[in-house]
Design a protein. Structure first.
Length: 453
């Protein structure tokens, strides 16, 4: 790895880390597009700073961009507060106006001083991470360290502001000043990131890491750490791919194979790497990912089908209990409006668990199956009794509601339910007692009629 590549890698990694951390607060406060506004509003500030200084001085350009970003946010706040304009419309107005003004200033600079007079200002539109040098890295490192220190010192305040702004205001917290500090940090990070990814893509550096980290945790501290790591990893991957280090030699241009230069822009590759991490988080994050939710829903559907089958068989045998007779599968099928395939699957699953003895045309509850079926039926009827006595719902309207609740009742909920029913003077229901059904046992046909009614 060359020295220049290492400097670019170090600078983009620091930028990705701090952008991910600060961007979390924008994601949580539903202000993700503010970063886009700051990036676009910074362009005229860059141009004006160049016109004042007369050269491409990195610190001066960033100072001008920061001032322009602050002005842009201030204009949005003014428009939203003193006019009838909604925030999304104000964001669109400021974003397009400031960016258009910046493009005009770029044209003015080009015509007044020639192409060389632009001093590479147009690279701020799409970014040019390869131009980062040691001096820039030190500046990025210093700013990143300062931003992270402020976030650590105001962590508790930022946390409250992100999740319950109204409560913080009611408690007398300086919400306005805290919001100003948070926006100031976001502005600083946005401006520092412009040389690497540019005006167009800087919003992605702020939004993607925080949005991806949100899939992995519900704790803000862990989310900040995860977002920082995601931003750093995306920056490293994008930079190394741009330099040709994560690309097979066969895919490199022949002339550049020895120098391992891919020739692709670093900023867009960083954003694409972050997007890939976000997509992976959407699909595979535990708990919130698509695959995890699909698996959880599938497990719930399977358990629901098994429990519904056992309750239906219990209700068929209820008149002859404690004896268990064979239940005709055709009659059992009529007990519920089964989804295609779920009835046969539930039969096979219950048989494999030892809950039923399955034959060609009938099934019978085993002792273990009878105990499990009684437990499920008891939960169902406890909830029905609560709906009738506590919520005053008609008996013929409680069966469908109980169907959707009984599968989620745990020991704590059942104990609370029993205590509530005792207070309603229903009488104590023993732990093994199955209350009588408060309504006629419905079949699939009556369930459909009730649903249409």
């Amino acid at each position: 790895m060359t020295y220049s590549t290492f400097m670019v890698l170090l600078g983009t990694s620091l930028l990705g880390c701090v952008a991910g951390v600060v961007g979390c607060f924008s994601v949580l406060r539903r202000r993700a597009l503010i970063g886009d506004v700051l990036a676009h509003a910074a362009l005229p500030g860059l141009c004006l700073a160049y016109l004042v200084v007369g050269e491409r001085h990195f610190a001066s350009l960033l100072g001008g961009a920061w001032l322009a970003g602050v002005v842009g946010v201030g204009v949005i706040s003014f428009v939203c507060r003193w006019t009838r304009t909604k925030e999304d419309a104000a964001i669109g107005i400021v974003l397009s106006t400031f960016f258009g003004f910046g493009v005009v200033l770029l044209s003015v600079i080009q015509r007044s001083a020639g192409l060389s007079g632009k001093a590479g200002l147009n690279t701020f539109i799409f970014g040019q991470a390869a131009a980062i040098v040691r001096r820039d890295v030190w500046l990025i490192a210093g700013i990143s360290f300062a931003v992270l220190i402020v976030v650590a010192l105001l962590y508790k305040e930022f946390k409250l502001l992100s999740f319950d702004n109204d409560f913080a205001q009611a408690q007398g917290w300086p919400v306005g000043w805290l919001d100003l500090v948070m926006m100031g940090l976001l502005t600083v990070v946005t401006v520092v990131g412009l040389p690497a990814v540019g005006v167009v893509l800087m919003a992605a550096m702020l939004i993607i890491p925080g949005a991806a980290a949100r899939f992995w945790t519900d704790r803000l501290g862990v989310m900040l750490l995860a977002a920082g790591m995601i931003g750093m990893i995306a920056s490293c991957v994008g930079t190394l791919v741009s330099a040709g280090y994560l690309v097979p030699t066969a895919l490199l241009p022949t002339a550049a194979a020895s120098g391992r230069v891919m020739g692709l822009p670093t900023g867009p590759l960083i954003v694409l790497a972050g997007a890939a991490i976000f997509l992976g988080s959407v699909m595979f994050a535990p708990g919130r990912g698509v695959v995890a939710q699909w698996w959880s829903d599938a497990r719930l559907r399977r358990r629901t089908a098994e429990e519904n089958l056992l309750r239906a068989m219990y209700e068929c045998n209820e008149p002859v209990l404690p004896r268990c007779d064979d239940v005709d599968l055709g009659q059992l099928r009529l007990q519920r409006d089964w989804r295609p395939g779920w009835f046969n699957w539930a039969l096979r699953r219950a048989s494999a668990r030892g809950w039923i003895e399955l034959a060609t045309a009938h099934a019978r509850l085993t002792d273990a199956g009878l105990h499990e079926a009684a437990r499920i039926t008891r939960l169902h009827r406890l909830w029905e009794t609560f709906l009738i006595k506590g919520a005053h719902i008609a008996p013929d309207h409680v069966d469908r509601d109980a169907d959707s609740i009984e599968h989620f009742l745990g020991v704590t909920e059942v104990a609370a339910l029993e205590a509530t029913l005792a207070q309603k003077h229903v009488g104590r229901i023993g732990a093994d007692d199955v209350p009588a059904s408060p309504h006629a046992i419905s079949t699939a046909d009556t369930q459909r009629e009730a649903g249409h009614g």
